[in-house]
Design a protein around this ligand. Structure first.
Ligand SMILES: [Zn+2]
Length: 187
């Protein structure tokens, strides 16, 4: 389990979880402000390279989708702030909320409610952050495709907002979380 050691991953310095305040767990936190800068300064994808346009064409397991609606779908964020961090996206490649039509607005809202109930049921979280970053200046990583964040919060996670990434355990972990939420999702 050397990947959990204090050190670096892909040239990025990482902190062992024992260095952070809070309840120790198995996760290594990778602090990546430069990754955010990279994402924000990088070229924005068009419909052909957009990960949110590509995801629905893949299997649920490959794309980490937990539920598909008629106008919008729900998937796990590949770079979660917290375990169970979901994104609700319209299928259409639209950038901002005001461009969404009535059907999309209604279903994004409905899927957000179901996601909250489902995540609360499986994770016993204490609260949520919901939100949409509109435009790169507002912090949207992929500004060209609308996505609503649903971030479960626990009482003990306050005061830090780590991006969990960079260990081999993560893809398996995300797969397990996806399965758990998908199984609990009301049909
Ligand atoms: Zn797109």
């Amino acid at each position: 389990m050397t990947s959990y050691d204090h050190g670096e991953f892909d040239g990025v310095p990482t902190d062992a979880s024992s260095d952070l305040a809070g309840v120790p767990d198995a996760f290594q936190r990778l602090w990546t402000p430069h990754r955010l800068v990279y994402i924000q300064q990088g070229e924005q994808p068009d419909e052909h390279t957009c990960p949110f346009c590509r995801a629905p064409k893949l299997s649920d397991e490959q794309s980490l989708i937990v539920a598909r609606g008629e106008h919008a779908f729900v998937l796990l964020n590949l770079f979660p702030y917290n375990s169970g961090h979901l994104l609700v996206c319209p299928y259409r490649h639209i950038a901002t909320y005001d461009q969404a039509n009535a059907d999309e607005v209604a279903e994004i809202g409905e899927l957000t409610q179901i996601a909250m109930r489902t995540v609360k049921q499986v994770s016993r979280c204490d609260g949520f952050n919901l939100g949409m970053n509109q435009g790169r200046i507002a912090g949207a990583g992929i500004a060209e495709h609308l996505h609503q964040h649903i971030v479960p919060r626990w009482a003990l996670d306050a005061n830090f907002f780590p991006i969990v990434a960079g260990t081999k355990a993560i893809p398996r972990l995300l797969g397990e979380v996806r399965q758990e939420i998908a199984d609990a999702w009301p049909s």
